[in-house]
Unconditional design. Structure first.
Length: 91
């Protein structure tokens, strides 16, 4: 992942704590393969349960972290995220 994501204007309204968390996540993502990145993205909220991201913030995070994914990979992630949401509603 490139460091220019930090310049994304959509981040300006995010809290400093969430930006720090994103920085840590980005560091992990930098060393992960695309296959490893998918579970990492799906578990964002589980990594720090006291930090809650809005749906809009989650979409922003995913779009930044997956900007170099192919359309097929983005679609797979979208399906996995929807499955995760559906499963969490059952619990």
């Amino acid at each position: 992942m490139e460091s220019n994501w930090k310049q994304d204007p959509r981040l300006k309204n995010m809290s400093p704590q969430k930006l720090e968390f994103l920085e840590q996540l980005a560091e992990k993502a930098k060393h992960a393969s695309k296959t490893e990145l998918l579970p990492l993205l799906l578990n964002i909220s589980r990594q720090n349960p006291s930090m809650n991201f809005t749906d809009e913030e989650t979409e922003l995070l995913v779009s930044i972290l997956t900007e170099h994914f192919s359309p097929k990979e983005k679609q797979q992630l979208k399906l996995l995220r929807q499955l995760s949401v559906n499963l969490s509603k059952r619990q």
